[in-house]
Design a protein around this ligand. Structure first.
Ligand code: ZN
Length: 467
């Protein structure tokens, strides 16, 4: 562990309240577990205020660590969001904004940074966008698929066909038990060095088909016929669906959250043992994006940048090293995970990363300095950007121009658009375009590094654009 990290741990614990766990000086690099729960919106997590018991494991982590109340992704779908977490860059800087593009080798990823610092690295994933074809396996000694519907040796063209289907067998895949089994298998064979384990949990992603007991736990009285198979093509799931059926749909989503949370609890148990105890394991849990249930007329995700699809949980637990039960209200971003973990591990993140080290920020007196979050969505026909600050959010479209904004302090659900002359809107829109320009420029400086996963796709795309 670096001198800087030791000093940081001391600073963080100096801020702990008197009833916090006793301070233990770390004598070595912590092992790290980084978890991404696909499609988990923050407001369905109990410790974020949800009234139902969806998340005992996450709640316990928050009670033993730091919970960031206002954390946002960079977008509303899986591939660019993970590329952002793995590089510490906004989507327009890492460039992986379409499902025909992959993260190129010249990027420095979180796993590569930790591997360079002496870590053994292992990744486990449950959804198609995490497949090595998309370039996210860089830096992992072991990178295992826990999917059951897509073969590990699928070719790029076939994988792209699979991810562009509205109704795909991968949506119904149940991967948490297999993920637990693969993590356990790996932990039994890994050596004694500190480890970095990345775990992508898929089952919260539609289709929502939790085991029967989880459905009964969250909606025991339902007598209707709705199920959430073939979710995106299911005609019973629509904006004007009966309120009771929508309630049941949310219960199915909650059942998947609880099912996944319980498997996460078992994964943590395995890895704490492997790490040699609680204080040797730094855990970060977040999500790649949220999920919408017709708040703005859509289902699923990857169609808008409203709060329901970009607000995610972010919890850091490292007993003895970060304050127990601390809640941070200031806006933070999933791109902050890379520099945070790199600093805690004594590893190096590239100087150009756009995220920041949250633990160092927490160690400073007062609040975390405010930085806005850039949100982007470029897939298919979507060309949206948004800027989120603590109190305001503005939306823009490349083709339709500026789309206005919302006061999040008064209108957290973005239902009441602000008038065009609202004093802060112009300033926020200017900042949005400035930040987007800087981010795009950074991509050029890094070397415009995205790669097409399939040449026929790229050819077709170029022809569509008139080249
Ligand atoms: Zn996702």
């Amino acid at each position: 562990m670096s001198t800087r990290t030791l000093a940081l741990a001391a600073l963080l614990c100096a801020a702990c309240s008197s009833d916090d766990a006793p301070v233990a000086t770390p004598t070595r690099q912590p092992s790290i577990l980084f978890v991404s729960i696909d499609s988990l919106r923050a407001d369905h997590v109990r410790c974020y205020g949800y009234p139902k018991e969806t998340s005992p494991t996450l709640d316990a982590l928050a009670a033993s660590g730091v919970r960031f109340q206002t954390a946002v992704s960079t977008t509303s779908w899986t591939l660019p969001s993970h590329a952002a977490m793995f590089t510490g860059l906004y989507d327009s800087a890492h460039g992986v904004v379409d499902n025909g593009l992959a993260l190129a080798e010249n990027h420095v990823t979180l796993a590569e940074s930790l591997k360079d610092a002496g870590y053994q690295t292992a990744g486990f994933f449950g959804g198609p966008y995490l497949h090595p074809i998309y370039g996210l396996s860089q830096g992992f000694d072991v990178y295992e698929s826990c999917m059951t519907t897509i073969p590990a040796d699928i070719d790029a063209m076939e994988l792209r066909r699979e991810v562009t289907k509205a109704v795909s067998p991968s949506h119904a895949d149940i991967t948490s038990p297999r993920t637990l089994e693969r993590v356990t298998h790996w932990a039994e064979r890994a050596d004694a060095r500190p480890f970095f384990a990345f775990v992508h949990l898929w089952d919260v992603h539609y289709d929502y088909i939790p085991p029967k007991e989880y459905v009964e736990r969250f909606d025991p009285d339902y007598t209707g016929s709705l199920d959430a198979r073939d979710y995106m093509g299911n005609p019973a799931i629509r904006p004007d669906m009966p309120a009771r059926d929508l309630e049941h749909l949310l219960a199915l989503y909650d059942g998947e959250i609880r099912f996944t949370d319980e498997h996460l609890g078992k994964i943590i148990e395995v890895l704490r043992k492997k790490a040699g105890g609680d204080e040797n394991l730094l855990i970060v849990v977040t999500a790649d994006h949220g999920e919408e249930f017709f708040e703005h007329a859509q289902r699923g995700h990857a169609m808008t940048l409203f709060e329901e699809v970009v607000r995610v949980p972010l919890i850091v637990s490292w007993p003895g090293h970060v304050a127990n039960g601390r809640v941070v209200d200031e806006l933070v971003r999933t791109i902050d995970v890379f520099p945070t973990l790199a600093a805690a591990a004594g590893a190096r993140a590239p100087s150009y990363v756009q995220g920041r080290d949250l633990l160092a920020a927490l160690a400073q007196p007062g609040a975390i300095p405010t930085e806005p979050a850039l949100l982007e969505l470029w897939m298919a026909t979507y060309d949206f950007r948004a800027l989120r600050t603590e109190t305001i959010k503005v939306h823009s479209s490349e083709t339709k121009g500026d789309l206005g904004g919302f006061r999040l302090d008064k209108d957290a659900r973005e239902l009441d658009p602000l008038k065009a002359d609202f004093p802060n809107i112009k300033k926020a829109l200017l900042r949005l375009h400035e930040l987007a320009g800087q981010s795009t420029e950074l991509r050029t400086k890094i070397g415009d590094p995205t790669e097409a996963i399939v040449q026929p796709w790229l050819q077709e795309r170029l022809e569509q654009l008139g080249y």
